[in-house]
Design a protein around this ligand. Structure first.
Ligand code: GUN
Length: 286
């Protein structure tokens, strides 16, 4: 039997309708949620991601600022810009697109961002809050994966969730969110010995390794929910995920496609965090 395809575009659209209503309600009270995105350098993938973040803000009626800095920008100049945004009342959330050029210490950058405006959820205070069950801003990609599971009716409580990948942006926060939702969680990496032994036991399998089609049909439990965070090019230059979609869809119960699965959710959740931050400034947000 073929899996149910989780349509990330359609689910993102549903979430955006709710976000537009919340944005309009804030604007009626004189507050326009504001997001700033800083990009340092010319990384082509980063440029596309940042342009899409700004576009999503415009579509939903948020104020946005796109701050472009050259690749040779001194670290001190970037830190001064961060300080300015920390103190700018028009900006409810902001981020520095990663990676930053090598002469800039990304840990220093993350620490400089006011945790109350850290809509990426990468500041150690927010990472700690997530780890201790007091989440303030969930990192956007894993939170988007949780929304996809929730809106597709996949139950999480008591299930075995296996996360393949342990990055700070996806793998680790994903595992924490699943744990918080009462899953039993295993974290694997692309180096795990006999990875298939673990993935085959997963009721929920989230894959974020950056290795094209590494999860094959025989590595998946029949009926499992498979969330593919990967974004790669295959041997023909076609976009593909970390999961061999054609094979795994014949085994899984649910599966996200690439493109059109996790991708559309990530930016939507960034807008969600920004709207939530604006709501907090006037006491209506959690
Ligand atoms: N680079 C890749 N993904 C992200 C993200 O979600 N946030 C930031 N700031 N940089 C990234």
């Amino acid at each position: 039997m073929s899996a149910q395809i989780i349509d990330g575009k359609a689910i993102a659209q549903q979430v955006r309708v709710e976000l537009k209503a919340r944005t309009d309600a804030l604007k009626a009270r004189g507050i326009t949620p504001g997001l700033a995105v800083i990009i340092v350098g010319e990384d082509p993938a980063s440029k596309i991601y940042v342009a899409n973040k700004i576009k999503a803000c415009a579509e939903l009626g948020l104020h946005s600022e796109h701050i472009v800095m050259s690749a040779d920008t001194p670290e001190a100049t970037l830190l001064a810009k961060i300080d300015e945004l920390n103190n700018d009342p028009k900006i409810h959330g902001f981020l520095v697109q990663l990676p930053v050029p090598k002469h800039i210490d990304s840990n220093k950058v993350l620490l400089a961002i006011d945790p109350d405006k850290d809509v990426d959820g990468f500041h150690p205070v927010n990472v700690g809050a997530l780890a201790t069950g007091n989440m303030r801003f969930a990192p956007c990609t894993p939170w988007g994966c949780m929304k996809l599971l929730e809106k597709s009716g996949v139950s999480i409580e008591g299930k075995h969730a296996v996360v393949v990948g342990r990055s700070n942006i996806v793998g680790k926060p994903m595992a924490l969110l699943l744990l918080q939702a009462n899953a039993t969680v295993t974290i694997c990496t692309s180096k795990t010995v006999d990875l298939a032994k673990f993935t085959r036991d997963a009721d929920i399998l989230v894959v974020a390794t950056g290795r094209a089609k590494m999860i094959t049909g025989d590595m998946v439990k029949p009926g499992a929910a498979v969330i593919d965070v990967g974004m790669n090019r295959d041997e023909n230059g076609k976009l593909c995920g970390d999961v061999d979609f054609d094979a795994v869809k014949e085994v899984a119960g649910w599966i996200t496609p690439v493109p059109g699965g996790v991708g559309p959710m990530t930016i939507t959740m960034l807008v969600a965090n920004t709207v939530q931050s604006a709501e907090r400034t006037q006491g209506s947000g959690k």
